[in-house]
Design a protein. Structure first.
Length: 405
């Protein structure tokens, strides 16, 4: 599509981190002010979770379309269209006057952000090719670092008394900067567009062919269950720390950042381990950590005097395991599919958001009032992911291979 193909560079990798972080930033910056948004918009207690769910559902469903569409039309124009929609929806949130209005705009924001998120992964495969595994891990490292920092920033902004719209202004400014950087730095990287990709008649057949692969299916399930475990903590932690344990919103932001730093650590480890051990083995290690951490949290939280420590330390183990699994599953699923990287990355994004939606729904259905519902859902999802990955790969007959040479 261009006579000057996109070349690997640090500047491009930083841009891809920003693109893949846009959805997380749009949510994490607002986490400390969820109850304030709910009160300001006149919502009933717990109604703000509808807006969170709308974003996650739109974010996941959009990836089923945007990935294949970019295989057909090219990455650049789809990314720019997504950024334009995200910017419009983010600006609209300033004028929301009710939870339903807020939820609709959040859904549109999620659709726009998902285009940037899934295609950032496809661009890594386009540009870094067989050496994409370390680049994917480094991109995930940067994304998770923003997840750790964003709630802290959000808590500090809200703590000044500026209100939740001030945190939303930070989201808008970052999105604008990302859009300008994309226009300036990114050239089209899909050198061989597929005219048949992205058409409704071929989508179902393409996804069916992908899921026929036992390894792809196993990595998709591992990603769904692990991210569901992590998102359950994201959705429930604000209530647990602020309402149950009596911490301030600023303290919650700092504690959340501390716990999520495990994701950064895990992703950093995955960057070096995946090329040496292979994606499958790294996912197995991460699954052990997630299952052990959730089990420890469920037990220690009930020990007198360990209510806070019994959540923070085990959850750091959980997030470290998640940090290993997220980039390793992407390497194991996307890198073997260079001819349909957009579709492969798109379904992985859908699986990730499906896991998050499932965790959020289960958490909403359980009675609140303590940390137990959050911890129980996390333990169930971690155990399901641990078992599903192993059972799906059982009998495959192939030894784990490094994800990149």
């Amino acid at each position: 599509m261009t006579t000057h193909p996109q070349a690997p560079s640090r500047a491009l990798l930083v841009l891809l981190v920003a693109l893949s972080s846009l959805g997380e930033i749009s949510t994490q910056l607002l986490l400390p002010s969820l109850s304030a948004i709910e009160a300001d918009l006149g919502g009933r207690p717990g109604s703000i979770h509808v807006a969170l769910g709308a974003f996650v559902a739109a974010f996941g469903l959009g990836q089923l379309l945007f990935g294949p569409l970019s295989d057909r039309l090219g990455r650049r124009r789809v990314i720019l269209a997504g950024l334009a929609l995200h910017l419009a929806a983010t600006a609209g949130l300033f004028y929301a006057h009710s939870i339903p209005e807020f939820a609709v705009l959040r859904a549109l924001q999620g659709i726009g952000a998902c285009a940037a998120y899934v295609l950032a992964r496809a661009v890594v495969r386009d540009v870094w090719r067989d050496g994409a595994a370390p680049a994917l891990a480094l991109m995930m490292f940067g994304t998770l670092l923003t997840i750790a920092i964003a709630p802290v920033v959000g808590g500090l902004v809200v703590g000044t008394g500026a209100g939740w719209r001030a945190a939303q202004a930070v989201v808008l400014a970052l999105a604008l900067a990302t859009a300008f950087a994309t226009v300036a730095l990114y050239r089209e990287s899909n050198a061989a567009p597929n005219p048949g990709a992205g058409r409704l008649a071929t989508l179902a057949a393409g996804y069916r062919d992908l899921l026929d692969g036992r390894a792809y299916r196993a990595h998709a399930m591992a990603l769904a269950f692990s991210y569901g475990t992590l998102f359950t903590f994201v959705a429930g932690s604000s209530f647990v720390f602020v309402e149950t344990l009596g911490r301030t919103r600023a303290e919650y932001g700092l504690l959340f950042g501390l716990i999520v730093s495990g994701l950064v650590l895990g992703t950093h480890l995955a960057r070096g381990l995946t090329p040496r051990l292979g994606a499958e083995r790294v996912v197995r290690i991460g699954g052990v950590l997630m299952l052990g951490g959730t089990l420890a949290a469920a037990i220690l939280h009930h020990v007198p005097g360990l209510a806070l420590v019994g959540i923070v330390i085990p959850q750091m183990v959980v997030t470290t395991g998640g940090g290993l699994i997220l980039p390793a599953t992407l390497a194991g699923a996307v890198l073997p599919n260079p001819h349909r990287a957009g579709m492969a990355a798109g379904f992985m994004g859908f699986a990730q958001m499906a896991g998050a939606t499932g965790g959020g729904v289960m958490l909403a259905l359980l009675p609140s009032g303590s940390a137990l519902p959050m911890l129980a859902v996390q333990l169930g999802l971690a155990a399901a992911g641990f078992a599903a990955f192993r059972l799906t790969l059982r009998g495959a007959g192939a030894a784990p291979q490094p994800a990149a040479s």
